[in-house]
Write a protein that binds this ligand. Structure first.
Ligand code: ZN
Length: 183
């Protein structure tokens, strides 16, 4: 489950089960974004804090079409290494619960689905759920090639190179992800 930052904190159903947020699975209607559209889902940091656009990739939900086909094998390897790095680099921008893939039967939460990836490219930043690999491997999802290239080239989020690439993507301004950061 992703908890929407548009809502006032934890949904009511979650408040009734305070000890195990991760076991709560409830689909939120706002977690679908068509690929290559503006993603205004995040409230921390707020869209107004960015000088560039956040562009959605891989926000799939049942009932919405998506591209399928083979993908560069380097993408899955890179996603596997980026996931824990983003988790440790930016814990404040992770969601507070797990998301269940609505394309699968059984509504089973995906591990690490609370993590989000911010991938810089020229002129904007891609934002993708960290378990986009599940859609690729489990549902033959094929993200746009430009995104694949950007992920493969993405520096480690804990590196100075990443911060510089994010700044370049954000029109020369330090990315708000680093607000208050000592990196
Ligand atoms: Zn699935």
């Amino acid at each position: 489950m992703r908890i929407c930052h548009l809502c006032s904190g934890v949904p009511k159903r979650s408040r009734q089960q305070p000890r195990s947020l991760k076991l709560i699975v409830r689909r939120h209607p706002l977690t679908y974004f068509q690929d290559m559209t503006v993603c205004d889902y995040f409230r921390v940091p707020a869209p107004s804090e960015w000088a560039c656009r956040l562009i959605a990739i891989g926000w799939l939900e049942s009932g919405h079409e998506f591209s399928t086909g083979p993908v560069d094998s380097r993408l899955l390897e890179k996603l596997a290494s980026l996931r824990p790095e983003f988790r440790s680099a930016f814990p404040a921008i992770s969601f507070r619960g797990l998301h269940a893939c609505s394309l699968c039967k059984g509504n089973v939460p995906l591990s690490d689905s609370h993590i989000n990836l911010f991938v810089p490219t020229i002129g904007f930043v891609y934002v993708a759920p960290a378990r986009i690999d599940h859609y690729i491997e489990g549902h033959r999802y094929a993200p746009p090639e430009h995104f694949v290239d950007a992920v493969i080239k993405c520096p480690s989020p804990t590196s100075a190179e990443y911060r510089a690439a994010m700044s370049a993507a954000n029109r020369g301004y330090d990315a708000p992800l680093f607000k208050g950061s000592s990196q």
